[in-house]
Design a protein around this ligand. Sequence first.
Ligand code: F6P
Length: 346
Amino acid sequence: MGSIGIMTCGGDCPGLNAAIRGAVFRASERGTSVVGILDGFEGLAQDRTIELTRGNTWDILGRGGSILGCSGENPFRDDQAAADAAVDTFKKHDLDGVIVVGGNSSMSTALRAEERGIPIVGVPKTIDNDVEGTDITIGFDTAVQTATEAIDRLRTTAESHDRVMIIETMGRDFGWIAVAAGIAGGADFVLTPEEPVDVADVAKSVKSRQEKGFEFAIIVIGEGAKFKGEDKQYGERPPGDRYMHLSGVGKELADRLEQIEPLRWKLTVTVIGHLQRGGPPTSTDRILASRFGLRAVDAMLDGKHGNMVAVRGGRITLTPLTEVAGKLKAVDKELLDDVRTFAATI
Ligand code: F6P
């Protein structure tokens, strides 16, 4: 009986457990056992694993987070000893390969591991939906659902109190959640990292909305957005952390709008934040993640490692890790144009 490993890397998202369960069920059907590697590549380097069976995964389908824990640590970056330790763990457990459920930087780490002789199949996940080589990632649908519900709720209070509601969504590099939830929630303005934010323009549009007799406005802004002519992102980088934790561009937009010309309406900022990453997955994410889990096992057992399972044109397929690593997927131009149309009608 063969054995494969599975790990969940980077920031968590709804649907990770469904993917784990899908992999375990398919592996058991094909006579292969599954070793769960705790906390991503960090757990591989430290040999922290658990046995996964139908018995301990059958009821995790609708649970948020990951029963394996998540970490974005990368032993293959520049720590030779950690990289060797990861390879040793792989050999010690006599694994046929490792399924890496991760976002774009985890897919780069996965490619490094593949190059070090660990057969890898990637599974794309992130609420940000910015993994190259797939139309959609696990977690995105749930995050959009959460953000849309937030907009719906904020709209009614904005309406009652004549307010400009600024709603900051997640999306480190691109505005997938802002755009999708902006359309679904009927936002009046959607500002994303794809296009520099022109505050004067936003102020003008809000004023024109007032002049046309509207009593409120909904502005959705992606956390990674930058202001025109500037290269700054808003957030904090605690000492020792490798990257910045984004948040604050919504508040900055509010401050700048107030400075340009006080608007008649009160400005309120809501950062939806990690609510978008937590909680149970939608049915769409459960189905996607379950099927990705199955297909990842098939790819591994059929010798098609070095690939990431993906959805392209509505079908599940494989994309080579070499085409995914080191890249990011921006929001389609067509989708951005569609959002503009809705904002322009105001
Ligand atoms: O997983 C991606 C993401 O949700 C980004 O949208 C966001 O910037 C980041 O994770 C937040 O992670 P952290 O809590 O580590 O700052």
